[in-house]
Design a protein around this ligand. Sequence first.
Ligand code: ATP
Length: 407
Amino acid sequence: MARSPSLPDRPRLDLDPDMSDEERLAALRDHYEEVLEIHDELSEQLKEARDRRRQLRQEVDRLERENETLKTTSLYVATVEELGDDGVVVKQHGNNQEVLTEVTAKMEEKLEAGDRVAVNDSFSIQRLLDRETDARAQAMQIDESPDVEYADIGGLDEQITEVRETVEQPLENPDQFREVGIDPPSGVLLHGPPGTGKTMLAKAVANETDATFIKMAGSELVQKFIGEGAKLVRDLFQVATEHQPSIIFIDEIDAIASKRTESKTSGDAEVQRTMMQLLSEMDGFEDRGEIRIVAATNRFDMLDRAILRPGRFDRLIEVPKPDLEGRKRIFEIHTRDMNVSDDVDFDHLSRETEGFSGAELESLATESGMFAIRDDRTQVRSADFEDAMDKLEADDTGDIVPSAGFY
Ligand code: ATP
């Protein structure tokens, strides 16, 4: 914050009663000069203070305006369904309530069916929103060339072979399947605990086949883009077609494809619609060309069997937590660029980390590096791994069950 400038010292005039008139006059002149100087200095300070006051007033006005904007009530998002003589039918996102509302002639000129609009409490259209591109860009992660390679994935050799057969070969060699007379699997479902490398597998296959990797998270579709799930699924396939060859990766597919529940809330209906859209996109999928679909879930038990029917996710690949050899390989992968001292015994560490996922092993390696840095060293020692292990245990991630008596 700006401080007030310090005031100059007040000039003093000490007149000696024994002074002659000339001396007195000279002293008065000096004093007058001094007073003038101080006056100029104070005038300058006053001007600066006025400028500052003007700036602060502007700032206050701006903040007041901002405050007003924040206090105004939020608007709801809706889609224009129909434009007719009686008015405009809009459907509110979230609850799917359809309402007939009137709009000004000027607004009507701008509107088309399918537009997204912002409506107030009484459903009057306040604003036309940008086209879906926003939601599309937010909901999908598009990576033209993911940088994961098969060699970066530890302990999943069998799974890599399966993914190569079911996803890579149909993309690279579609004629072979045609000649043999079989349809390649439409979709591949990777299932297994969190952090075991499912996303990595999908990225690696995209990298290997020079395909665009397009990821969408099922949970976001139903939680963040309420009312737009089905549309975004349609968009997802559209984007994949535009970018082919491409790999569609649907993470957490259980969020949109879990077993039907008894309840009939609008949320469930919405999830159902999103899933139906996904199934219909997959069913009409054959002639779409060079697109493969990979989905992943940590909750295989929850899945609606409808999505596992032939022609849909008909290849299931289990991605388990790594075994001893897998853990060794994952340690190798995640410490290959680290400056690790010879006293670190990875065989021992691999034995003692039973139950760890790949992601947990990676964070163990990173944490141990952090301990070395904290100690102002550039080399990571066995003790750092011990400390990292203690820290991960203390963090209580729930998933990690370190073997007893590790240290
Ligand atoms: P989730 O189910 O939580 O989405 P996921 O199975 O898709 O998890 P990934 O996102 O592929 O897991 O893995 C997270 C990170 O953990 C990776 O970026 C990688 O660094 C590390 N990791 C996981 N599994 C392996 C593995 N088998 N080999 C090497 N690194 C791995």
